[in-house]
Design a protein around this ligand. Sequence first.
Ligand code: ATP
Length: 614
Amino acid sequence: MPPFRIKHRLAAAPGDFFNVFRYTHRALLLVWQTSRLMMLGLALATLVAGVLPAVAAWVGQLIVDGVVAATRHQSIATDTLEILSPVLWLVTLEGGIIVVIALAQRLLEAQQSLLRARLGQRVNMMILDKAGQLSLPQFEDSEIYDQLTRARREASTRPLSLVNRTFTLLQNLISLASFAVLLVQFSPWALGIIAFGALPVFFSEARFSGEAFRLFRWRSPQMREQRYLETLLAREDSIREVKLFGLEPLLRERYRAIFERLYDEERRLTLRRTMWGFLLGLLGTLTFYAAYGWVVLETIIGTLTLGQMTMYLMVFKQSQSALSAGLGAISGMYEDNLYLSNLYEFLELPVDAEYGTLTEGATPGDGLRFEHVHFDYPGGTTALHDISLHLRPGESLALVGENGSGKTTLIKLLTRLYQPSRGRILLDGSDLRDWNVVALRRRIGVIFQDFVRYQFPVGENLGVGNIDAFDDEQRWRDAAHRGLADGFIERLPQGYHTQLGRWFKNGQELSGGQWQRIALSRAWMRENADILVLDEPTAAMDAAAEAAVFERFRLYSRDKTAIVISHRFSTVRSADVIVVMEHGHVIERGSHDELMAACGRYAEFFELQAAGYR
Ligand SMILES: Nc1ncnc2c1ncn2[C@@H]1O[C@H](COP(=O)(O)OP(=O)(O)OP(=O)(O)O)[C@@H](O)[C@H]1O
């Protein structure tokens, strides 16, 4: 593995800095749409918390000067209360202002935390909605997958953070403007001194935010690998094999090595960031003490009263923190925008247009046709070459062939999970591309060999086969009967309501063959589907179960088009048409008897398997 030197990749052009802010208005709009009331509340609380500190400083000056005047008057006047009462009023006023500031701050925090929850949810929903629109090839693209994981990890908190920072910026700008009004009366130079102290830290922070983001982006494949290793080590479906093969030390070592590499980069960045932050921060302290000395000098000379001195010192201190908070907000906004760029890039990924509208084919009853279909996987593997087939309603087709010969790929094309690279597939005389994808998929009941074992109750595990009848208990029972799953389901503790899998409380684990029956029954949930596809549906079943499954399958699929992929020739032999595939080509086709008579590959395979049973 090459050493992880990434500096050249982390450098950004200066022009990028402002370009990045283009997502600000979209994030603000998003927050506005999420809750107008809370956004207005935030604005109000920010305004109050921004203006009042300067007012408090000004009242503070009045108090000190009032006290000095009172001490002078006391020697000549008699009524102490009369002299003191204006000062006491000012103290009460200042106390009141501080209470209002505290209230505004609290309200600000409360609204922020509520908005954070709602926005997080909203952004996550946007990400999941988008994920639902992506096509299968997009899902299989590792770059897109990285984008999705990055968006899910970081983006949900960024819009609110951006809003908070925008408000922090506004709040500090308001404070600064009000402080500036006071400071200019002391000297216009004072403003320059403050800016001089704060700007270098700002530039360094902005630069390091950019670097941190690029580091985050650059390392997402490694992060994904780490998460994958975590899954292997911590999930029940893989831990069995991991334990038996004694893989834990190997996987843990890989996990650790990835961390070390990533940590090394992070440590280097953090150290540089801290060092520059400290050195440039010193400049701020120096300028403050220079201003301090100046104000003290002016007071000794007598240009300033004691009250003014107190006020200016406070205003200097607060202006400086307001300025660095404001600039910090800008560099934070820059960082948020970088992360949002990632979110919006993901949300803007082009998705395949749903161009098809047909709900019925041009020649109903024509069945399925593959016409010179070629298919290359996105990585370049050619999985199908020039496939032509015609299957009429009511006919059954069996696909056989060695592993990797293209059988499952053919089904993926038929269900429009992929599009042919060349050639076309027709259903009832119309190209699949012209079909409305929902109408098309309603016609097809398909069970893939790697079907999903949902950690849901049994009934819902059947219901997923037809979302329109998801909760329909009668349909669950009928489907389970057809798929030969009813027997064992009824023996489960809560029947169709038994939770399956181990993830949730009282979950019941099933055997491989039982899961397969559940999957098979799922296909029967689609009562109206007239094309049934079973991709190795009985691999985990015993011979008797398999025979029973196929007997039922034939019984219930008599008027349907049935496609079965199987490596067991006992299953295959009764199909109307058997297609033998090799390296993506159809090499033989015909009925069992025809193929046996031809003495080709099929006959060879068949004899080989039959010999195994003799
Ligand atoms: N998602 C994918 N991306 C790239 N190549 C793939 C993908 N899925 C399958 N392939 C390749 O396409 C070819 C055909 O695979 P397919 O799954 O259709 O074979 P199969 O005949 O169903 O095999 P099996 O009997 O093992 O299920 C194989 O060479 C495989 O490596």
